[in-house]
Design a protein around this ligand. Sequence first.
Ligand code: HXC
Length: 257
Amino acid sequence: TTYETILLERKGRVAVLTLNRPEALNALNLQVMTEVVAAAEELDRDPEVGCIVLTGSAKAFAAGADIKEMRPQGYMDMYLSDWFTAWDRLGQVRTPTVAAVSGYALGGGCELAMLCDILLAADTAKFGQPEIRLGVIPGIGGSQRLTRAVGKAKAMELCLTGRTMGAEEAERAGLVSRIVPAAELLAEALSVAETVAGMSKPVAMMTKEAVNRAFETTLAEGVRFERRLFHAVFATADQKEGMSAFVDKRPPHFIHG
Ligand code: HXC
């Protein structure tokens, strides 16, 4: 498949998806949405892909949904075309995903990063939900995922004022797992992705499923869900391999099954 707004690269079991609309700071128009989601779903179906990295440019991961494209739309346009709903499918991809964020991750850009599983930030990263300044509200889950990630106090302030926060603040608040010097961001994201891709794929998928369940259910139900998956991993060859490798004092060679 050929894409116009994204670049797709394969490095062993890692796939790198790079947003590529530099003239608009990677603003997320419908074409970007369609292409990112199609590419991610295609990669998700590929058993040779163990982890997907999503990144942008040094200046912008993504400066938000495309304001010029949204400006003329009315309620019926948004409703009938179910504007932005395809993004939900990125969150449903079962292969682990890593967002490598450098520069602006604003509005839809911040929401896109939050749809990924691991969020790494360059020291230049800037996060925010500035929609209110445009007379709208977040539309790709920002009001929900930012609040779950950083709590009400900071989410409410960011969404109501449109203030942008830097990488340090985002890390302190728990939005990102780590900050990396900008020049090393992609290498570090690849290294994290290679590590994940080297694990048993079904076990990594179940791990992601279990952690994500924490956002959907009660503690008791979440623990029960985890226990079922925990029992299930003992049906994999990779469990025997991982534990045998430990006992034999050698690195494991997972067959992803
Ligand atoms: C369309 C955008 C854009 C966007 C930048 N551009 N962001 N186009 N949609 N979200 C375009 C600019 O119009 C400009 O095009 C080019 O990219 C470069 O941007 P500049 O503004 O000249 O760059 P700079 O001065 O460095 O400022 C960077 C910036 C600023 C601070 C990130 O671009 C900015 O504030 N952008 C909008 C951020 C925002 O509000 N995001 C939320 C969007 S709403 P030209 O043609 O002039 O060169 C959203 C809603 C989600 O995401 C759901 C709601 C329904």
